[in-house]
Design a protein around this ligand. Sequence first.
Ligand code: TXA
Ligand code: MG
Length: 317
Amino acid sequence: MRKVSSPAEAAHTLARGNLAIRPTETVYGLGADADNREAVGRIFTTKSRPANHPVIVHIAQQEHIYMWATDIPEYAIDLGTAFWPGPMTIVVKRLPRAGGYLTGSQETIALRVSSHPVFQEVLAELARSKNDPSVGIAAPSANRFGSVSPTTLAHAIEELGGYLTDEDVALDGGSSHVGVESTIIDATGNQPIILRHGGITAEDIESIVRLSQSESDVRAPGTLASHYAPNKELKLTTQSELLEKTPGALIALSDIKTPIGFNRIATPKNANEYAQILYSSLRDADKSSEAVIYAIPPTGGGIAAAIRDRLNRAATK
Ligand code: TXA
Ligand code: MG
C-alpha cells in the first residue's frame, strides 16, 4: 500500500482495478470501482467480511441513482434533495448494473452521496478516466470485519495496511467530522424505515417525511448485535453507578466529572463532538494501560441515538 496525496492518483488506482482507502465525512472507507466485480471481491477478502454482507455504492450526485436503481419512491428523492451530499444511505431496488456481488445477492442496493470534498474529487476523476459520469465507488468502512471504524487515515492504515497490496493506495482527508457511519434508510416500502442510526437523525428525516414504525424486512447484515468492538472490555454505565466501579478508562460528556483513579480518555462537550471522537477514543482506551473501558452514553435524540447504538454493539460480546 502506498500513501498518495492526489485524488486523481487514487482514482487511477481504482480505475486499474485496485483498492483505495479514502476519507468520507462519516468514517474512512475502503473503496473499489463498483463496476469491477473482482476489485469489489477484494474488499471482502481484505476486510475478512462475509460475502453476504452488502456494500454501499457511493455516487457523485443524486441523479445518478437512476443508473443503479429503479422503483425509487418520491420520498427517497425528497430525502436525497434534503440531505445529499451527506451522511445518509438509501436502500432501493437494484438495476442489473448493481450486481449481486455488491448486494450480497439481495434485490436491493444501498446508495450514498458523500459530501467529503476529497471523496468528490476521487469520484470526478474516476468518472473522467472511465468516461462515465455515473461511476460508483463501493466502500465499506476501512476496518477489519467487526472492529472499530477508522476516522483518520492512520487508523485505517492500522486496520488494513497489512492486508493491502503494493498496487493499493491510501489517501488522506483529515479527521472525519461526523465520526459515526451514515444513517441507512430502507426506501423500498411506502414509508421509510431506519435500518442504522447515523449522522442524519430521525428528527431530520421526520422533517421531510413520516418514518414508518414497522420492522423492515430488508436484511442489513452489517447491523449485528456485536460490532465496532474494542479489544478491551467495554462497559456502559451511568454517572452515579460509576462511583462504585473499579477505576478504568473513561469516555463521557464534559459535564461528568472524572472520579479519582479513573483515566479520562475523552471529554466531548456535546453529542456531535461525542460522535466525532467516539471511535478514536475507543482506540486510545485500547492502547491505555487500563483493563476496562467505561463509557457513559449520551441521552436524548438526534445523533445521540447513533452513539448509543454504536456503544451498545461495541459493548456486546
Ligand atoms: O458512513 C458510511 O456509511 C460508511 C462510509 C465509508 O460511507 N460506510 C459504511 O459501510 O459504514 P459498511 O459496509 O461498514 O456498512 C454498510 C451497511 C451494512 O450494515 C450493510 O449490511 C448495509 O449497509 N447494507 C448495504 N447494502 C445493503 C442492502 N442492499 N440492503 C440492506 N442493507 C445494506
Ligand atoms: Mg462498517
